[in-house]
Design a binder for this molecule. Sequence first.
Ligand SMILES: O=c1[nH]c(=O)n([C@H]2C[C@H](O)[C@@H](COP(=O)(O)O)O2)cc1CO
Length: 141
Amino acid sequence: MNIYFCGSIRGGRQDVNIYQRIVKKLQQYGTVLTEHVSSGSLSEKGEDGDQAIHDRDMEWLMMSDVIVAEVTQPSLGVGYELGRAVALNKRVFCLFRPSSGKVLSAMIRGASTNSLFQVQDYTEDEVESILEKYFDTIAKN
Ligand SMILES: O=c1[nH]c(=O)n([C@H]2C[C@H](O)[C@@H](COP(=O)(O)O)O2)cc1CO
């Protein structure tokens, strides 16, 4: 299974430790095409070559079977990826931590109207078990 992980880069890297836990867990279920998003050495500057980044990531998005996004730290790039994923009819799972004190964009929470696009509130300690539950469910469908 190809998995596309979305997380904030230029939107801010404060959640990188949780991105690492998510990617490590996702690697039990398939190939994470965007493993670099969780890299501790990738700064808020991001990678070089914006057009190449965009074109590579869109190709990976098209190749993916499921998109998992950590959406607590707002990111234009993640929002764009999610919109493109919806347009491609992809399966999307968004993870949000209410304990951050932030309120998730209505354009993300409000898009969760069917089982293809799900938003899950969670706490940091349950991140692995939430992913286990999700992948168990999609394996049965
Ligand atoms: O260097 C990059 N590499 C990259 O793959 N991205 C993609 C993957 C992330 O899920 C998303 C982050 O967007 P942003 O940088 O706007 O927070 O965009 C974004 C950047 C920088 O914008």
